[in-house]
Design a protein around this ligand. Structure first.
Ligand code: ATP
Ligand code: MG
Length: 201
């Protein structure tokens, strides 16, 4: 094939691709907030959510963040984000960890945090709300799915919600508009590399 033929074929291919993309953009005209679920065993769920909060704040919108697991409080993103105007930031009281092993204490901590999350989910000023590691509140039965669902479906129409954590239940995936299942192909920790600030938290 001559260089000219190759150039023409490339141009035709790109033109077809552009027509498809333009048609998809034309079809997507509905304006409303979305529910985004970031789940799976691979790395990148919370950091993606934090990046999206920065995106929201960068456009001058207000945002909310509730962190449900102790140990994620101290992450680099939360340190920066909480300095920014426009972010409402809550962390779950005495802190759920893998070590507490007291359902009662965890439930108390959750019961204090949940009304704060619900207040964010009913505040039309907040363009994006992130509920970091909320899936564990469901899997440890500290939160009923129906209560979460009610808060999500009654939220202000333009509000986006990001929910992170492994093992998102099917009902949550079905309710969501966007679901990303992070697949672990490799993780340095598994090869014995120590977790480091700036990468892991
Ligand atoms: P990140 O906060 O880096 O986006 P994540 O939110 O997807 O990660 P979590 O399940 O919340 O992951 O785990 C939090 C911590 O565990 C992070 O420090 C992350 O690097 C690490 N981690 C994530 N996935 C794995 C894995 N498959 N094996 C070992 N460690 C992991
Ligand atoms: Mg996480």
């Amino acid at each position: 094939m001559s260089t000219q033929d190759a150039t023409d074929r490339h141009q035709q291919k790109m033109q077809k691709h552009k027509e498809k993309v333009d048609a998809a953009i034309e079809r997507a005209q509905e304006e409303r907030g979305v529910i985004i679920v970031l789940t799976g065993n691979g790395k990148g769920k919370s950091s993606s959510g934090f990046g999206t909060l920065i995106r929201t704040l960068g456009h001058g919108y207000k945002a909310g963040l509730v962190q449900f697991i102790k140990g994620t409080w101290d992450c680099g993103e939360a340190k920066i984000l909480s300095q920014l105007d426009g972010l409402s930031h809550e962390v779950m009281g005495s802190g759920f960890t893998w070590e507490t092993q007291s359902k009662e204490k965890d439930q108390q901590a959750f019961d204090q945090a949940w009304p704060k999350a619900k207040a964010m989910l009913s505040d039309p000023q907040l363009r994006t709300v992130m509920l970091d590691e909320i899936t564990y509140m469901l899997s440890y039965k500290l939160l009923n799915f129906d209560d979460l669902k009610e808060a999500l479906i009654n939220r202000p129409p333009m509000q986006n919600v990001i929910l992170t954590g492994r093992g998102a239940p099917t009902a949550l995936r079905e309710l969501a508009d966007t679901v990303t299942d992070m697949k672990m192909e490799k993780h340095a920790f598994k090869a014995g590399v120590k977790a480091q600030p700036g990468i892991e938290w």
